[in-house]
Design a protein around this ligand. Structure first.
Ligand code: IMP
Ligand code: MG
Length: 423
Protein backbone atom coordinates (compact mmCIF):
# COMPACT_ATOMS: atom_id res chain seq x y z
CA UNK A 1 0.00 0.00 0.00
CA UNK A 2 1.24 3.48 -0.86
CA UNK A 3 -0.16 6.41 1.12
CA UNK A 4 0.71 10.08 0.70
CA UNK A 5 0.21 12.63 3.46
CA UNK A 6 0.28 16.36 2.77
CA UNK A 7 -0.70 19.55 4.57
CA UNK A 8 -3.81 21.23 3.17
CA UNK A 9 -3.07 24.76 4.38
CA UNK A 10 0.23 26.64 4.88
CA UNK A 11 2.13 23.94 6.77
CA UNK A 12 2.15 23.28 10.51
CA UNK A 13 -1.13 21.41 10.34
CA UNK A 14 0.31 18.68 12.58
CA UNK A 15 1.55 16.27 9.90
CA UNK A 16 4.41 15.01 12.06
CA UNK A 17 2.06 13.87 14.75
CA UNK A 18 -0.26 12.04 12.34
CA UNK A 19 2.69 10.41 10.55
CA UNK A 20 4.04 9.27 13.91
CA UNK A 21 0.64 7.82 14.75
CA UNK A 22 0.29 5.94 11.45
CA UNK A 23 3.93 4.89 11.06
CA UNK A 24 3.39 1.64 13.00
CA UNK A 25 1.42 0.36 10.01
CA UNK A 26 4.12 1.28 7.51
CA UNK A 27 7.41 -0.42 6.66
CA UNK A 28 8.87 2.65 4.97
CA UNK A 29 8.31 6.35 5.66
CA UNK A 30 9.80 8.72 3.07
CA UNK A 31 10.21 12.45 2.63
CA UNK A 32 9.85 13.67 -0.94
CA UNK A 33 10.45 17.46 -0.97
CA UNK A 34 11.71 20.43 1.02
CA UNK A 35 14.60 20.47 3.43
CA UNK A 36 15.32 21.68 6.93
CA UNK A 37 12.92 24.59 6.40
CA UNK A 38 10.36 22.05 7.64
CA UNK A 39 9.91 21.47 11.31
CA UNK A 40 7.96 18.65 12.84
CA UNK A 41 7.24 18.18 16.49
CA UNK A 42 6.58 14.66 17.66
CA UNK A 43 5.59 13.99 21.25
CA UNK A 44 5.95 10.39 22.36
CA UNK A 45 6.74 8.58 25.58
CA UNK A 46 6.75 11.88 27.49
CA UNK A 47 9.49 13.28 25.26
CA UNK A 48 9.24 16.01 22.65
CA UNK A 49 11.31 15.64 19.47
CA UNK A 50 11.74 18.63 17.18
CA UNK A 51 13.13 17.62 13.82
CA UNK A 52 13.64 19.26 10.47
CA UNK A 53 14.96 16.58 8.15
CA UNK A 54 14.55 13.09 9.51
CA UNK A 55 11.05 11.84 8.63
CA UNK A 56 8.53 11.72 11.48
CA UNK A 57 8.39 7.92 11.29
CA UNK A 58 11.81 7.64 12.97
CA UNK A 59 10.45 6.57 16.37
CA UNK A 60 8.98 3.31 15.16
CA UNK A 61 10.42 0.31 13.38
CA UNK A 62 9.88 1.64 9.90
CA UNK A 63 12.78 2.40 7.59
CA UNK A 64 12.97 6.13 6.92
CA UNK A 65 14.06 7.49 3.55
CA UNK A 66 15.01 10.92 2.27
CA UNK A 67 14.17 11.11 -1.43
CA UNK A 68 16.03 12.86 -4.25
CA UNK A 69 13.35 15.57 -4.53
CA UNK A 70 14.53 17.02 -1.22
CA UNK A 71 17.45 19.35 -0.50
CA UNK A 72 19.64 18.30 2.39
CA UNK A 73 21.88 20.18 4.76
CA UNK A 74 24.29 17.46 5.95
CA UNK A 75 25.25 19.41 9.05
CA UNK A 76 21.64 19.60 10.23
CA UNK A 77 21.12 15.93 9.45
CA UNK A 78 24.14 14.85 11.48
CA UNK A 79 23.00 17.07 14.39
CA UNK A 80 19.60 15.39 14.34
CA UNK A 81 21.19 11.95 14.21
CA UNK A 82 23.34 12.82 17.22
CA UNK A 83 20.37 14.23 19.11
CA UNK A 84 18.41 11.03 18.52
CA UNK A 85 21.43 8.93 19.44
CA UNK A 86 21.63 10.80 22.76
CA UNK A 87 17.94 10.11 23.32
CA UNK A 88 18.65 6.38 22.91
CA UNK A 89 17.39 6.11 19.32
CA UNK A 90 20.30 4.99 17.16
CA UNK A 91 20.08 6.09 13.53
CA UNK A 92 21.94 3.40 11.62
CA UNK A 93 22.18 2.81 7.85
CA UNK A 94 19.58 0.06 8.37
CA UNK A 95 17.20 2.71 9.69
CA UNK A 96 17.89 5.70 7.42
CA UNK A 97 18.56 5.95 3.69
CA UNK A 98 19.32 9.06 1.63
CA UNK A 99 19.05 9.04 -2.13
CA UNK A 100 22.32 9.54 -4.04
CA UNK A 101 20.71 12.26 -6.17
CA UNK A 102 19.58 14.40 -3.23
CA UNK A 103 20.89 17.97 -3.63
CA UNK A 104 23.19 19.15 -0.87
CA UNK A 105 22.65 22.56 0.74
CA UNK A 106 26.04 24.29 0.82
CA UNK A 107 27.03 27.18 3.10
CA UNK A 108 26.89 29.52 0.10
CA UNK A 109 23.22 28.65 -0.47
CA UNK A 110 22.40 29.81 3.04
CA UNK A 111 24.42 32.97 2.51
CA UNK A 112 22.62 33.70 -0.77
CA UNK A 113 19.17 33.08 0.74
CA UNK A 114 19.98 35.56 3.51
CA UNK A 115 21.45 38.18 1.16
CA UNK A 116 18.50 37.93 -1.22
CA UNK A 117 15.88 38.07 1.51
CA UNK A 118 17.59 41.08 3.13
CA UNK A 119 17.59 42.91 -0.21
CA UNK A 120 13.91 42.30 -1.00
CA UNK A 121 11.64 45.29 -0.52
CA UNK A 122 8.64 42.96 -0.10
CA UNK A 123 10.03 40.09 1.91
CA UNK A 124 8.88 36.49 1.57
CA UNK A 125 9.99 35.64 5.08
CA UNK A 126 11.98 32.55 4.09
CA UNK A 127 13.46 30.36 6.81
CA UNK A 128 16.91 31.47 5.57
CA UNK A 129 18.09 27.86 5.34
CA UNK A 130 19.24 28.10 1.73
CA UNK A 131 16.35 25.99 0.44
CA UNK A 132 15.49 28.12 -2.58
CA UNK A 133 19.11 28.50 -3.68
CA UNK A 134 19.74 24.77 -3.43
CA UNK A 135 16.71 24.16 -5.67
CA UNK A 136 17.89 26.85 -8.10
CA UNK A 137 21.15 24.92 -8.46
CA UNK A 138 19.30 21.65 -9.00
CA UNK A 139 17.35 23.15 -11.88
CA UNK A 140 20.45 24.95 -13.21
CA UNK A 141 22.30 21.60 -12.98
CA UNK A 142 24.89 23.19 -10.76
CA UNK A 143 24.07 21.18 -7.66
CA UNK A 144 26.31 19.06 -5.53
CA UNK A 145 24.42 15.87 -4.82
CA UNK A 146 24.86 13.23 -2.12
CA UNK A 147 26.81 10.99 -4.50
CA UNK A 148 29.33 13.85 -4.89
CA UNK A 149 29.45 14.72 -1.21
CA UNK A 150 30.39 11.21 -0.09
CA UNK A 151 33.30 10.98 -2.53
CA UNK A 152 35.98 13.53 -1.64
CA UNK A 153 37.46 13.67 -5.15
CA UNK A 154 34.09 14.14 -6.82
CA UNK A 155 33.13 16.73 -4.24
CA UNK A 156 36.27 18.81 -4.70
CA UNK A 157 36.06 18.54 -8.49
CA UNK A 158 32.42 19.62 -8.52
CA UNK A 159 33.15 22.55 -6.24
CA UNK A 160 36.06 23.63 -8.46
CA UNK A 161 33.75 23.56 -11.45
CA UNK A 162 31.07 25.82 -9.95
CA UNK A 163 32.98 27.97 -7.45
CA UNK A 164 33.83 30.93 -9.73
CA UNK A 165 30.21 31.36 -10.66
CA UNK A 166 29.08 31.18 -7.00
CA UNK A 167 31.74 33.66 -5.91
CA UNK A 168 30.67 36.11 -8.59
CA UNK A 169 27.02 35.77 -7.59
CA UNK A 170 27.75 36.35 -3.91
CA UNK A 171 29.95 39.38 -4.64
CA UNK A 172 27.21 40.81 -6.82
CA UNK A 173 24.71 40.36 -3.99
CA UNK A 174 27.03 42.31 -1.69
CA UNK A 175 28.29 39.31 0.29
CA UNK A 176 31.70 37.87 1.05
CA UNK A 177 32.67 35.39 -1.73
CA UNK A 178 35.35 33.70 0.40
CA UNK A 179 32.59 31.49 1.90
CA UNK A 180 32.54 29.42 -1.31
CA UNK A 181 36.02 27.93 -1.03
CA UNK A 182 36.50 28.38 2.70
CA UNK A 183 38.92 25.61 3.78
CA UNK A 184 37.20 24.96 7.08
CA UNK A 185 33.80 24.61 5.43
CA UNK A 186 35.18 22.29 2.79
CA UNK A 187 36.95 19.96 5.18
CA UNK A 188 33.87 19.94 7.43
CA UNK A 189 31.70 18.90 4.48
CA UNK A 190 34.25 16.25 3.48
CA UNK A 191 34.01 14.74 6.96
CA UNK A 192 30.19 14.94 6.90
CA UNK A 193 30.31 13.15 3.55
CA UNK A 194 32.40 10.35 5.07
CA UNK A 195 29.93 9.96 7.93
CA UNK A 196 26.92 9.85 5.62
CA UNK A 197 28.39 7.56 2.94
CA UNK A 198 26.89 4.34 4.36
CA UNK A 199 23.40 5.85 4.22
CA UNK A 200 23.32 6.55 0.50
CA UNK A 201 20.75 4.54 -1.44
CA UNK A 202 18.35 4.48 -4.38
CA UNK A 203 15.02 5.54 -2.90
CA UNK A 204 12.87 4.87 -5.96
CA UNK A 205 14.24 1.33 -6.22
CA UNK A 206 13.73 0.64 -2.52
CA UNK A 207 10.15 1.88 -2.56
CA UNK A 208 9.12 0.16 -5.79
CA UNK A 209 10.68 -3.16 -4.74
CA UNK A 210 9.04 -2.78 -1.36
CA UNK A 211 5.62 -2.19 -2.94
CA UNK A 212 6.17 -5.23 -5.20
CA UNK A 213 6.79 -7.30 -2.09
CA UNK A 214 3.63 -6.01 -0.42
CA UNK A 215 5.27 -3.55 1.98
CA UNK A 216 3.39 -0.45 3.13
CA UNK A 217 4.96 2.88 2.22
CA UNK A 218 4.05 6.30 3.59
CA UNK A 219 5.17 9.48 1.82
CA UNK A 220 5.39 12.37 4.25
CA UNK A 221 4.93 15.88 2.85
CA UNK A 222 6.52 18.98 4.32
CA UNK A 223 5.09 22.52 4.36
CA UNK A 224 1.55 22.83 3.00
CA UNK A 225 -0.42 22.90 -0.26
CA UNK A 226 -0.59 26.68 -0.53
CA UNK A 227 3.19 26.96 -0.17
CA UNK A 228 3.59 24.83 -3.31
CA UNK A 229 6.03 26.48 -5.74
CA UNK A 230 3.68 25.97 -8.70
CA UNK A 231 0.18 26.17 -7.21
CA UNK A 232 0.71 28.15 -4.01
CA UNK A 233 0.35 31.85 -3.29
CA UNK A 234 3.26 32.98 -5.46
CA UNK A 235 5.66 34.58 -4.64
CA UNK A 236 4.99 33.75 -1.01
CA UNK A 237 5.76 30.07 -1.37
CA UNK A 238 8.53 27.61 -0.71
CA UNK A 239 10.76 26.35 -3.53
CA UNK A 240 9.42 22.84 -3.92
CA UNK A 241 6.16 21.24 -4.92
CA UNK A 242 4.36 20.29 -1.74
CA UNK A 243 1.25 18.59 -3.13
CA UNK A 244 0.54 14.87 -3.44
CA UNK A 245 1.68 14.52 -7.06
CA UNK A 246 5.09 15.70 -5.96
CA UNK A 247 5.46 12.52 -3.88
CA UNK A 248 5.36 10.45 -7.07
CA UNK A 249 7.76 12.75 -8.90
CA UNK A 250 10.08 13.27 -5.93
CA UNK A 251 10.34 9.62 -4.92
CA UNK A 252 10.22 8.07 -8.37
CA UNK A 253 7.00 6.11 -7.86
CA UNK A 254 4.32 6.03 -10.57
CA UNK A 255 0.89 7.59 -9.84
CA UNK A 256 -0.80 4.25 -10.58
CA UNK A 257 0.69 2.92 -7.33
CA UNK A 258 -0.97 5.45 -5.03
CA UNK A 259 -3.68 3.99 -2.80
CA UNK A 260 -4.54 6.78 -0.41
CA UNK A 261 -3.94 10.51 -0.04
CA UNK A 262 -4.50 11.79 3.47
CA UNK A 263 -4.84 15.55 3.96
CA UNK A 264 -3.97 17.16 7.26
CA UNK A 265 -6.32 20.01 8.12
CA UNK A 266 -5.93 22.21 11.17
CA UNK A 267 -9.23 23.27 12.79
CA UNK A 268 -8.26 26.89 12.07
CA UNK A 269 -5.48 28.31 9.89
CA UNK A 270 -1.95 29.59 10.46
CA UNK A 271 0.81 30.94 8.31
CA UNK A 272 4.47 31.82 9.03
CA UNK A 273 6.11 34.37 6.78
CA UNK A 274 4.45 36.83 4.42
CA UNK A 275 1.64 36.35 1.89
CA UNK A 276 -2.16 36.48 1.85
CA UNK A 277 -4.17 34.96 4.68
CA UNK A 278 -7.74 36.15 4.15
CA UNK A 279 -9.11 35.07 7.54
CA UNK A 280 -6.20 36.45 9.57
CA UNK A 281 -7.32 37.71 13.00
CA UNK A 282 -5.80 40.51 14.97
CA UNK A 283 -8.37 40.44 17.77
CA UNK A 284 -8.91 38.44 20.95
CA UNK A 285 -9.91 35.33 19.00
CA UNK A 286 -6.62 35.49 17.06
CA UNK A 287 -4.69 35.86 20.30
CA UNK A 288 -6.57 32.87 21.71
CA UNK A 289 -5.65 30.67 18.71
CA UNK A 290 -2.04 31.81 18.91
CA UNK A 291 -1.63 31.37 22.67
CA UNK A 292 -3.67 28.22 23.23
CA UNK A 293 -2.33 26.65 20.02
CA UNK A 294 1.31 27.59 20.88
CA UNK A 295 1.62 28.88 17.36
CA UNK A 296 5.33 29.47 17.02
CA UNK A 297 7.36 28.15 14.08
CA UNK A 298 9.37 25.00 14.90
CA UNK A 299 12.21 26.07 12.62
CA UNK A 300 12.44 29.83 13.12
CA UNK A 301 10.59 30.41 16.40
CA UNK A 302 8.57 33.13 14.66
CA UNK A 303 5.00 33.78 15.74
CA UNK A 304 2.54 32.18 13.36
CA UNK A 305 -0.27 34.34 12.01
CA UNK A 306 -3.67 32.84 12.94
CA UNK A 307 -7.15 32.93 11.45
CA UNK A 308 -10.51 31.18 11.24
CA UNK A 309 -10.93 28.05 9.13
CA UNK A 310 -10.72 28.99 5.45
CA UNK A 311 -12.93 26.63 3.43
CA UNK A 312 -12.09 27.93 -0.08
CA UNK A 313 -8.39 27.26 0.54
CA UNK A 314 -9.09 23.73 1.76
CA UNK A 315 -11.37 23.08 -1.24
CA UNK A 316 -8.50 24.07 -3.49
CA UNK A 317 -6.19 21.74 -1.54
CA UNK A 318 -8.68 18.91 -2.17
CA UNK A 319 -8.38 19.52 -5.92
CA UNK A 320 -4.60 19.93 -5.82
CA UNK A 321 -4.07 16.70 -3.86
CA UNK A 322 -7.05 14.45 -4.58
CA UNK A 323 -7.54 13.64 -0.90
CA UNK A 324 -9.25 10.38 -0.09
CA UNK A 325 -9.55 11.23 3.62
CA UNK A 326 -8.62 13.93 6.12
CA UNK A 327 -7.21 14.27 9.62
CA UNK A 328 -8.51 17.27 11.56
CA UNK A 329 -5.98 18.53 14.10
CA UNK A 330 -5.92 20.92 17.06
CA UNK A 331 -9.69 20.90 17.60
CA UNK A 332 -9.01 21.41 21.33
CA UNK A 333 -7.61 24.89 20.62
CA UNK A 334 -11.11 26.15 19.75
CA UNK A 335 -12.44 25.44 23.26
CA UNK A 336 -13.72 28.66 24.83
CA UNK A 337 -14.34 30.53 21.58
CA UNK A 338 -17.98 31.42 20.94
CA UNK A 339 -19.13 31.75 18.25
CA UNK A 340 -16.70 29.81 16.07
CA UNK A 341 -16.50 31.07 12.53
CA UNK A 342 -15.93 29.23 9.26
CA UNK A 343 -14.99 31.23 6.19
CA UNK A 344 -17.27 29.76 3.52
CA UNK A 345 -16.42 32.19 0.73
CA UNK A 346 -14.92 35.56 -0.11
CA UNK A 347 -16.21 38.89 -1.37
CA UNK A 348 -14.05 40.04 -4.24
CA UNK A 349 -14.88 42.98 -6.51
CA UNK A 350 -18.54 42.87 -5.52
CA UNK A 351 -18.95 39.15 -6.17
CA UNK A 352 -19.06 36.23 -3.75
CA UNK A 353 -16.54 33.48 -4.54
CA UNK A 354 -16.54 30.00 -3.04
CA UNK A 355 -13.07 29.12 -4.43
CA UNK A 356 -9.83 31.12 -4.19
CA UNK A 357 -8.98 33.32 -7.17
CA UNK A 358 -5.91 32.01 -8.99
CA UNK A 359 -4.03 35.31 -8.77
CA UNK A 360 -2.26 35.94 -5.48
CA UNK A 361 -2.89 39.67 -5.58
CA UNK A 362 -6.62 38.98 -6.02
CA UNK A 363 -6.54 36.57 -3.07
CA UNK A 364 -4.93 39.25 -0.95
CA UNK A 365 -7.94 41.50 -1.61
CA UNK A 366 -10.56 38.88 -0.70
CA UNK A 367 -12.81 39.61 2.27
CA UNK A 368 -14.01 36.49 4.10
CA UNK A 369 -17.70 35.61 4.33
CA UNK A 370 -18.37 33.75 7.57
CA UNK A 371 -20.85 31.26 8.90
CA UNK A 372 -21.07 31.08 12.69
CA UNK A 373 -21.34 27.98 14.82
CA UNK A 374 -21.88 27.69 18.57
CA UNK A 375 -18.77 27.02 20.65
CA UNK A 376 -18.14 24.77 23.67
CA UNK A 377 -16.34 25.10 26.98
CA UNK A 378 -15.37 21.52 27.77
CA UNK A 379 -11.64 20.73 27.74
CA UNK A 380 -11.15 18.43 24.75
CA UNK A 381 -7.59 17.37 25.53
CA UNK A 382 -8.85 14.56 27.79
CA UNK A 383 -11.46 13.28 25.34
CA UNK A 384 -10.56 9.83 24.02
CA UNK A 385 -13.19 9.10 21.40
CA UNK A 386 -15.29 10.89 18.86
CA UNK A 387 -18.54 10.06 20.67
CA UNK A 388 -17.24 11.73 23.83
CA UNK A 389 -16.74 15.10 22.18
CA UNK A 390 -19.28 17.73 23.24
CA UNK A 391 -22.19 18.09 20.83
CA UNK A 392 -21.04 21.44 19.44
CA UNK A 393 -17.54 20.15 18.72
CA UNK A 394 -19.05 17.25 16.75
CA UNK A 395 -21.29 19.74 14.98
CA UNK A 396 -18.20 21.72 13.94
CA UNK A 397 -16.40 18.60 12.66
CA UNK A 398 -19.42 17.40 10.75
CA UNK A 399 -20.05 20.83 9.26
CA UNK A 400 -16.48 20.94 7.96
CA UNK A 401 -16.69 17.40 6.62
CA UNK A 402 -19.93 18.17 4.84
CA UNK A 403 -18.61 21.37 3.29
CA UNK A 404 -15.21 19.96 2.28
CA UNK A 405 -16.78 16.82 0.84
CA UNK A 406 -14.02 14.44 1.98
CA UNK A 407 -14.39 12.08 4.97
CA UNK A 408 -12.61 13.14 8.17
CA UNK A 409 -10.99 9.94 9.34
CA UNK A 410 -9.02 11.20 12.36
CA UNK A 411 -9.55 13.95 14.89
CA UNK A 412 -6.79 15.15 17.16
CA UNK A 413 -7.16 17.08 20.42
CA UNK A 414 -3.59 17.41 21.65
CA UNK A 415 0.05 16.72 20.84
CA UNK A 416 0.38 13.20 22.32
CA UNK A 417 -0.26 9.97 20.42
CA UNK A 418 -3.18 9.12 22.70
CA UNK A 419 -4.89 12.38 21.84
CA UNK A 420 -5.91 11.29 18.35
CA UNK A 421 -8.89 9.08 17.63
CA UNK A 422 -10.79 7.84 14.61
CA UNK A 423 -14.03 9.48 13.75
P1 IMP B 1 11.67 28.83 2.49
O1 IMP B 1 11.00 27.50 2.33
O2 IMP B 1 12.65 28.86 3.63
O3 IMP B 1 12.25 29.35 1.23
O4 IMP B 1 10.52 29.87 2.91
C1 IMP B 1 9.47 30.24 2.02
C2 IMP B 1 8.15 30.39 2.76
O5 IMP B 1 7.71 29.10 3.20
C3 IMP B 1 8.21 31.24 4.04
O6 IMP B 1 6.98 31.93 4.17
C4 IMP B 1 8.35 30.23 5.15
O7 IMP B 1 7.87 30.72 6.37
C5 IMP B 1 7.46 29.12 4.60
N1 IMP B 1 7.83 27.79 5.13
C6 IMP B 1 8.89 27.03 4.79
N2 IMP B 1 8.87 25.86 5.45
C7 IMP B 1 7.77 25.88 6.23
C8 IMP B 1 7.19 24.92 7.13
O8 IMP B 1 7.67 23.81 7.33
N3 IMP B 1 6.03 25.30 7.74
C9 IMP B 1 5.45 26.50 7.50
N4 IMP B 1 5.95 27.41 6.67
C10 IMP B 1 7.10 27.11 6.03
MG1 MG C 1 6.13 22.54 10.74
Amino acid sequence: MFTIITGSQFGDEGKGKIVDLLAKDYDIVARFQGGDNAGHTVKAGGKVYKLHLIPSGFLLDSRVLIGPGTVLNPEVLVEEMEMLEDAGIPVTPEKLGIDAKTSVIMPYHIEMDQLREAARSEKIGTTRRGIGYAYIDKVARDEICMADLVDENLFRARLAEISAQKEAAISQMGGDPSIVLDDKNISHYVSLGKMLAPYVTDVSLEINRGLDEGLNVLAEGAQGSHLDVIHGTQKYVTSSSTIAGSACAGLGVGPTRVDEVLGIVKAYITRVGAGPLPTELEDEAGKHLHDVGHEFGTTTGRSRRCGWFDLPLVKKAVYLNGYTSLALTKLDVLTGLDPIKICVGYMFEGKQLDYPPESTSALSKCIPVYEELPGWNTDLTVVDSYENLPKNARLYVEKLEDKIGVPIKYVSVGPAREQTFEK
